[in-house]
Design a protein around this ligand. Structure first.
Ligand code: GLA
Ligand code: ZN
Length: 675
């Protein structure tokens, strides 16, 4: 497969981060010092202008780009490239004072006041005009500079607006979606319930907190609309930039599992997916290795939005953040390990928020490469500089990708439907945790699953796990059947196939849309367990899985029963089944268990699919990136003890030494093995 190096001029990995010179324009000495320090830290690229609107346009129509041009030029002369952001993430005060409608309205209908960020109305034509003007000028004045290698649109898009213009746009969106057929909408939203029938699209309000929140179809469409409208805004900004500088690629920084926007709908409009990674390292609720696995899952979600190209880790902290409940420092060595993890998972960049700590305001104590102390003689700076060196050493890895033959299905629509549904235990639905926990077990087996949408093409996979696929997209059942019929190993769980994409229940048996035939079981009832309740599943080999939170009672049609309940009135009935379809198998797990208890079953699925499993010591992560020249294996020791691994052969690009059979990693150590 051909390598796609994101930025050939950088010649490998991007190393840098958010740089806010606009906070230091009166301190030229500091700006000069910054460039020197960046070179020392091995920084080859910075992100500029994320929040620079007020500096570019201090008063309406009065534009100043010279200062930024000088900065870009000076960096460029010193071998440092620029990712140029559009400044739409925060508005200057003059703009809000003059154009009230630029400010967002909340879900009680109250207009925000000026301040903060990420709080514009996505619909407002006036605000869009203002953004178009600044973006066009930005592209004209700065976008043609040879140092600018990418545009970064706005910042961490998110939130909803309930202003009258957004409400109107929502109504239009619905009318178009339903072909102006209000009867169809009423039917799909089941509005005969509680007399909530609509006569016209104009009567429909979004789910105001003090209004209509009980129609599942409405709630879902509002979320879909918010994605649609945010994406529309994003594409609007992209079009303005492209009209001036079409050759410059674009990204916007996502936030992994952020629930407010369906990133899968937004990614196709971007050249590169990027995201901001802030794991709660060293927290007191889980082991460090678990936190790392959680972060690896997030990387997999982001990486899978564009499966055949590297992504970028647009932000991370060199030391600590200022917004976790406890802002703990990354322990020595952890910075390098977590940066290498991003690379191992497919990132072609290691970028930070932020280069230098500001003196004041909200983020003055957020970690940075350069602290208030102002020197390179700090632990954090040294660790960052080491990462800079390391990225140079492993530069040939850039452009390669993670390729997986196993996938986990994970949907935003399904998330939203599960959040909203009045069923199970309100606090124990745990859709995301369930997906993540299963994904982690696969990674522990050395299998770095892709995380893809339930309507995506599954032809590249041999193992598919679909936890809690409550809502089925129109294509899902067909895709899953085709997958198993061509020999795929599929596992689904309780709470699968209850509703269609309008959230209307399937009639005639769950999992619906004909899926019960694939699994050979019908779920007749679902029981929710109190947190202290336990049941169990007794397997054929005598082992027992513990059951918590929810358990379905099955009618077995034509599947093999592999496990039965140990307790309660459904004791002895089927809890784990498998239906054979030639080489393909469709497994159904009817109750929630610890994901780790399913490990042996996952191993069997992988073995049947011919996917090799790797047994690793506790706390060691394994990832592979592949390119035309072969594979690079990453071993990450996410523990505070040295570990010894056997069966590792190749050349370690970290230590610059061959490895034959035995690899020893120090605490938080990592190896990148070229095969
Ligand atoms: C987000 C934002 C940044 C900054 C960091 C702090 O990722 O994009 O501007 O606020 O958080 O962690
Ligand atoms: Zn609005």
């Amino acid at each position: 497969m051909e390598k796609k190096i994101l930025f050939p001029c950088v010649g490998g990995f991007v190393h840098g981060g958010d740089y806010n010179p606009d906070q230091w324009l009166d301190r030229l000495d500091i700006l000069e010092e910054d460039v020197k320090l960046m070179k020392k830290a091995g920084v080859n690229c910075v992100t500029l202008g994320v929040f620079s609107w007020a500096a570019y346009e201090p008063e309406e129509g009065d534009f100043h780009f010279e200062w930024m041009e000088q900065i870009i030029e000076n960096l460029f002369q010193n071998g440092i490239y620029t990712i140029l952001s559009t400044p739409s993430g925060a508005r200057p005060a003059w703009l809000d004072a003059k154009y009230l409608e630029a400010m967002r309205v909340d879900n009680k209908g109250l207009r925000n006041r000026h301040g903060g960020r990420h709080n514009h109305c996505m619909t407002s034509p006036r605000f869009r005009d203002k953004v178009a003007v600044i973006d066009r000028k930005l592209a004209e004045h700065l976008g043609r500079h040879p140092g600018v290698i990418m545009y970064h649109i706005s910042n961490e898009l998110g939130g909803e607006c309930y202003c009258p213009q957004c409400v109107q746009k929502f109504q239009k969106y619905l009318a178009e979606k339903y072909d102006y057929d209000i009867d169809r909408l009423n039917m799909e939203w089941w509005t005969s319930f509680w007399s909530h029938h609509y006569n016209t699209f104009g009567e429909i309000e979004p789910p105001f907190a003090n209004g209509e929140t009980t129609i599942m179809g409405l709630n879902m469409e509002w979320k879909r609309f918010t994605t649609f409208n945010m994406n529309d805004f994003l594409q609007y900004e992209i079009e303005v930039l492209h009209s001036v500088t079409p050759q410059i690629p674009v990204t916007t920084n996502f936030m992994s599992l952020f629930g407010g926007l369906d990133y899968r709908k937004m990614a196709p409009g971007l050249d590169v997916v990027s995201w901001d990674n802030y794991p709660p390292f060293h927290n007191d609720g889980e082991t460090f290795g678990e936190t790392m696995l959680g972060s690896a899952f997030n990387h997999a979600v982001m990486r899978s939005l564009k499966r055949d190209t590297p992504f970028m880790m647009m932000e991370s902290t060199p030391s600590l953040v200022n917004w976790h409940s406890i802002n703990k420092l990354k322990r020595p060595g952890v910075h390098k390990l977590s940066c290498l993890q991003a690379v191992a998972c497919g990132s072609d960049s290691v970028q930070y928020f932020q280069w230098r700590k500001g003196r004041g305001s909200y983020e003055q104590f957020h970690g940075a490469v350069v602290d208030h102390l102002g020197t390179d003689d700090t632990r954090v700076f040294r660790e960052v500089a080491q990462v800079g060196e390391l990225l140079q050493k492993i530069a040939p890895v850039a452009g390669t990708v993670v390729k997986s033959r196993a996938a986990l299905l994970f949907d935003w629509d399904n998330r939203w439907a599960i959040w909203d549904v009045k069923a199970l235990g309100q606090k124990t639905k745990k859709y995301e945790e369930t997906c993540r926990d299963i994904w982690k077990v696969f990674l522990r087996l050395g299998v770095d699953m892709d995380v893809v949408g339930s309507d995506e093409d599954l032809s590249r996979y041999d193992v598919v796990v679909a936890p809690m696929l409550y809502l089925l997209q129109p294509e899902t059942a067909g895709n899953l059947k085709a997958f198993v019929n061509r020999g795929g190993q599929l596992l689904a769980t309780y709470f699968t196939g209850y509703v269609n994409d309008a959230q209307l229940c399937y009639l005639g048996g769950f999992p619906g849309d004909g899926l019960w035939e694939l699994f050979g079981v019908i779920s007749e009832e679902i029981d929710a367990l109190y947190p202290s309740d336990r049941n169990g599943i007794l397997l054929e080999d005598g082992s027992r899985w513990e059951v918590m939170d929810c358990a379905e009672i099955l009618r077995v049609q034509d599947a093999k029963v592999l496990g039965t309940y140990t307790d309660d009135f459904y004791q002895g009935s089927a809890a784990l089944t498998c239906k054979n379809h030639g080489k393909g198998n469709a497994y159904y797990v009817a109750a929630r268990t610890e994901a780790s208890q399913m490990s042996a079953l996952f191993e069997k699925m992988l073995a049947d699919a011919g996917i090799p499993v790797k047994k690793l010591p506790e706390g060691v992560e394994y990832h592979v990136r592949s390119g035309e020249e072969g594979n690079y294996e990453f071993y990450l020791n996410c523990t505070t003890e040295p570990v010894e691994l056997s069966g590792v052969n190749g050349y370690d690009m970290v230590t610059d030494a061959p490895v034959s059979e035995k690899l020893t990693l120090p605490e938080y150590g990592a190896a990148v093995i070229r095969l």
